[in-house]
Design a protein around this ligand. Structure first.
Ligand code: GDP
Length: 433
C-alpha cells in the first residue's frame, strides 16, 4: 500500500514527525520532489535532526530510503547528512538514489543567489539553494541526470561545453560575473560520482516490485500545496509539485492508483517562509508571542534559521490545500502550542471586494482579500502527554471539531507535542461517512 504524507499549507506543518511515526510500519520511504531548500525536523531516541535531503525513514534499519527521480539532488548535502547521522550514532541507513534523478550543479546555487541579489526588494525569498535555476534547466533540457555523470570523459566534456556556453552569457552579461571554470566543473563531477555511485539504482523497478509485493511505501513531500508551482501562490512558490498526485511521477514505478492514503498535514495556526501575500498573517507583539510559542522551540526555519511569518489558522487556504492534495486523512499538528491563548482567532472566510468567499483565489487577487475571523475560547493549559481525544479539554476538542467542519476533510490525527509519541488518533464522522 502506498501512503503519501504531504503539506496542506506553506510547509513546516510537521510532516517529518508524521513520516517518522508512520515509518514504523513502512518498508520504503521515498522523497519525490524538491531539494535541500526545506527541512523536516525529527525528534527521536538519537536526538533532534533537521533532514534536508535524506528521506525520513533513515532512522529505521529495516527501511529502504529512496531519493526519487523528481528530486533536486545536491550530492554534497546528501553526503554531509549521511556523515552527520553516522557521527551521532545512527547506523548506516539503506539508501537508494534514482539513476534518473537530476543533480544540483554549483552554478545553480550561484545563479540563484545572484538573481535574488539582482531582484533585491522584489525577490521571491528564495533559500538560494539553486532550486529555481535547477528546475529551469531540467525543463530546458540542459540539466544533468545523474547517469550522465557516468558517460565517457569526452561526452561529459562535450556537455559541459554546451551548458557553459549558455550559462556564461548569463553570468557575464546579466550579472557581470566570471565565466564558469570548465575544468573545475569536470573535476567536481568526477569527485561527486565516486561518492554517489554505491547508492545509485533503478528505483522505478524497485518501487514497481515493492507495490506488487504489497509492501508499505511512504511518499514524503516537502513544503505544501500553497508552494506548488501550479496550484500555489505563483510566482511566490517553489519550482516543483509537492502534491501527492505528483508522487507517481517523482517516485517513478508507482502507478497513480496505488496511492491509497493521502495524509495531509496542517498546523493549528499558520506559518510561512518567503514572500507573498498571506491573508491571516499577524504582526508585532501578537506575532512575536505566537512565534516564540510555536513549533518546537519557536518558529524559525529548519534550514535557514530565518524567523517564520506567522498567523492564525486559515480555513480557506487549508480547505483548498486539502482538496488539491486529495486528503484522505488530515493530521492536525502543534495543538499544544496554543495553550497560552485566552481566545483563538480562526479565519473562516475571506472578504474580497465586499463579498465573502471560502474559495481560495489566484495569487494576484489575494492582496484584495481580508480575513473573516471567528473566535474560539482557548483551553489555557498544557495538553502534552494526553493520548485520547476524549481526554483533551472540551475547548481543545471544540477547536479541532470546528476546524474539521470548515475543512470538510477528516482530521484523524492530532499532534500535541514534537516527539513521535505525541500524537492522538481521532475517529472522524467524515471518514466514517
Ligand atoms: P515539516 O517540514 O513539515 O516536517 O515541519 P518542520 O519539521 O520544519 O516543523 C515542524 C516543527 O514542529 C518541528 O520543530 C517539529 O519538531 C515540531 N512539531 C511537529 N509536530 C508537533 C506538535 O504536535 N507539537 C509541537 N509542539 N511541535 C511539533
Amino acid at each position: 500500500m502506498v501512503k503519501a504524507v504531504v503539506g496542506v499549507n506553506w510547509g513546516d506543518e510537521g510532516k517529518g514527525k508524521i513520516v517518522d511515526m508512520l515509518s514504523e510500519q513502512a518498508d520504503v520511504v521515498v522523497r519525490f520532489q524538491g531539494g535541500c531548500n526545506a527541512g523536516h525536523t525529527i525528534v527521536n531516541d538519537y536526538g533532534k535532526f533537521a533532514l534536508h535531503t535524506l528521506p525520513s525513514g533513515v532512522f529505521h534499519q529495516n527501511i529502504t530510503n529512496i531519493c526519487g527521480n523528481g528530486m533536486a539532488l545536491d550530492i554534497d548535502k546528501l553526503m554531509e547528512e549521511l556523515r552527520d547521522l553516522k557521527s551521532r550514532g545512527v547506523p548506516e541507513p539503506k539508501l537508494m538514489v534514482s539513476d534518473r534523478v537530476q543533480v544540483m550543479m554549483p552554478y545553480h546555487r550561484l545563479i540563484d543567489s545572484l538573481e535574488e541579489a539582482r531582484l533585491a526588494g522584489k525577490a521571491y525569498g528564495s533559500t538560494q539553494s539553486g532550486i529555481a535555476p535547477f528546475y529551469s534547466d531540467k525543463f530546458a533540457k540542459i540539466g544533468w541526470q545523474i547517469n550522465e555523470f557516468f558517460m565517457s570523459d569526452g561526452s561529459i566534456k562535450e556537455k559541459i561545453e554546451k551548458v557553459c556556453d549558455i550559462k556564461d552569457v548569463m553570468l557575464t552579461k546579466l550579472y557581470g560575473e566570471e565565466k564558469i571554470d570548465r575544468q573545475a566543473l569536470f573535476d567536481n563531477i568526477m569527485r561527486q560520482r565516486e561518492m554517489i555511485a554505491p547508492y545509485i539504482g533503478k528505483t522505478e523497478e524497485f518501487l514497481h516490485r515493492a507495490c506488487k509485493d504489497g509492501r508499505t511505501i511512504l511518499l514524503e513531500s516537502q513544503l505544501g500545496t500553497l508552494k506548488d508551482i501550479d496550484f500555489g501562490i505563483y510566482p511566490m512558490v517553489t519550482s516543483s509539485n509537492p502534491l501527492a498526485g505528483y508522487g507517481s511521477v517523482g517516485a517513478g514505478g508507482i502507478a497513480p492508483y496505488e496511492i491509497k492514503q493521502v495524509i495531509a498535514v496542517t498546523k493549528a495556526y499558520s506559518s510561512a517562509v518567503g514572500g507573498g501575500d498571506f491573508v491571516s498573517e499577524i504582526f508585532g507583539s501578537e506575532a512575536e508571542t505566537l512565534r516564540r510559542n510555536g513549533g518546537d522551540g519557536g518558529e524559525y526555519g529548519a534550514t535557514t534559521g530565518r524567523p517564520r511569518r506567522v498567523g492564525w489558522y486559515d480555513c480557506v487556504a487549508s480547505r483548498y490545500g486539502c482538496m488539491m492534495q486529495g486528503a484522505t486523512d488530515v493530521a492536525f499538528t502543534v495543538m499544544d502550542d496554543l495553550g497560552y491563548l485566552d481566545r483563538i482567532p480562526v479565519c473562516v472566510a475571506y472578504e474580497k471586494n465586499g463579498e465573502r468567499t471560502t474559495e481560495f483565489p489566484v495569487y494576484h487577487e489575494l492582496s484584495q482579500c481580508k480575513p473573516v475571523y471567528e473566535y474560539l475560547p482557548g483551553w489555557k493549559c498544557d495538553i502534552r502527554g494526553i493520548t485520547e481525544f476524549g481526554d483533551l479539554p472540551a475547548k481543545a476538542q471544540d477547536y479541532v471539531n470546528f476546524i474539521e467542519e470548515h475543512l470538510g476533510f477528516p482530521i484523524t490525527l492530532v499532534g500535541n507535542g514534537p516527539s513521535r509519541k505525541d500524537i492522538i488518533h481521532r475517529e472522524s464522522k467524515l471518514s466514517a461517512g
